[in-house]
Design a protein around this ligand. Structure first.
Ligand code: UD1
Length: 344
């Protein structure tokens, strides 16, 4: 929508930067807010290379009230907020829970206060399939019960959803869509933006590509004795560009008053489960490289299998993931090679 101004928090992060690209492509004006705690300003160049436009960037700590106030004072006319900014390392959240609650929930509360006082009514929230825990039924649909969180990080997503539900009940006009991501992977096919974890990656796909690039010695596969076809965990890996597009669809749904509830939840997945070994095979196929890996003990806290029932997102939201696991692995590898200056 032309001329609509959207605040994208965490806008220089992995999913935020890809969403900025899709918003700009649809004619939205974006302001990207980020505290640079887990990224650099480099994605601004990447976004400009893809879209021809350099978005406005605001370095802001969204957990500090005065900084949030300043941001909205400088931009008093946002038409919507897409809120990605959050800490997301599960293990760190166990060691430093209060850091997670202050940052993830503090920032959400401060943003909602600004929305209330300034009558900003369109709000999209990054949630996670982690809220389902070890689901009793697969694929997982949105009516599956939210399980007790297994980490403070997971709890911030659950409580975040509850805060939004309460805010929608109390503040007239506020319209929210929470998107529960399964496992976002890949990179923009242009290789101008992608995932760049600081330090050693915790997630599977960046660990795979860094191992192949020679940055890590060997991938450890956490367990092959699960009750799955090949014994390794099953997840629903979804291309980050598909995830990004879903945010634009969700925002348009709110702006065009197509939502049926003031608070809606959608799963973002492909509906297809892939095992860790299938991910490795896909990588080896698209890269033509053999991956150095070995099977080790299970990682505490991992669920056996999780993949999405995507019918609600397909039929109600009107969005469907279009890119395959192979395409995601190909794009992730193209990005890794660019970051590492590799040619082959
Ligand atoms: C994890 C979080 C999830 C969070 C998401 C965000 C846990 C339990 N879950 O999802 O809450 O929303 O990240 O990024 O931490 N694997 C290996 N070797 C590795 C890394 C991973 O075998 O070096 C396996 C894991 O055991 C798992 C699969 O790969 O089966 C995917 O792992 P990962 O990418 O970390 O995602 P999740 O654990 O599904």
């Amino acid at each position: 929508m032309k001329g609509r101004k959207i605040l994208v928090t965490g806008g220089l992060g992995f999913i935020g930067s890809h969403t900025a690209v899709e918003l700009i492509a649809q004619g939205f004006e974006v302001v990207l807010a980020d505290n640079l705690s887990n990224t650099t300003e480099a994605p601004l160049e990447g976004i400009e290379a893809i879209t021809g436009q350099r978005p406005v960037f605001e370095k802001v700590d969204l957990s500090i009230g005065a900084e949030v106030q300043g941001l909205f004072d400088r931009h008093p006319n946002f038409d919507g907020v897409i809120h990605f900014a959050a800490h997301k390392a599960v293990g760190e959240s166990v060691r430093e829970p209060i850091k997670y609650y202050l940052n993830n929930l503090g920032s959400l509360g401060l943003l909602l206060e600004q929305c209330r006082t300034r009558s900003i009514v369109h709000f999209i929230f990054s949630s996670s399939c982690t809220v389902y825990g070890e689901a009793t039924r697969l694929p997982i649909d949105e009516s599956a019960p939210v399980q007790p969180a297994m980490s403070p990080y997971g709890n911030t997503k659950q409580v975040g959803e509850e805060m939004l539900r309460d805010a929608v009940r109390a503040y007239s006009g506020l319209q929210v869509i929470a998107l529960r991501y399964f496992n976002p992977i890949g990179a923009h096919p242009s290789a101008h933006i992608g995932e760049l974890p600081l330090g050693s990656p915790l997630n599977l796909v960046p660990y795979v590509t860094q191992t192949a690039a020679g940055v890590r010695e060997q991938l450890q596969v956490f367990g092959n004795d699960y009750d799955t076809p090949d014994g390794t965990n099953v997840r629903d890996y979804i291309h980050v560009v598909d995830i990004a597009k879903a945010h634009v669809v969700a925002l348009n749904r709110l702006m065009q008053h197509q939502n049926t509830d003031a608070y809606e939840v959608f799963n973002l997945g492909t509906g297809r489960g892939s095992s860790v070994l299938e991910v490795i095979r896909s990588f080896e196929k698209v890269s033509g490289k053999a991956l150095n890996y070995r099977i080790v003990e299970r990682r505490p806290g991992d669920v056996t299998a999780a993949y999405a029932d995507t019918r609600k997102a397909n039929e109600v939201l009107g969005w469907k993931a279009e890119l395959s696991l192979d395409q995601a692995m190909e794009d992730a590898w193209r990005w890794e090679k660019k970051v590492r200056n590799l040619n082959d």
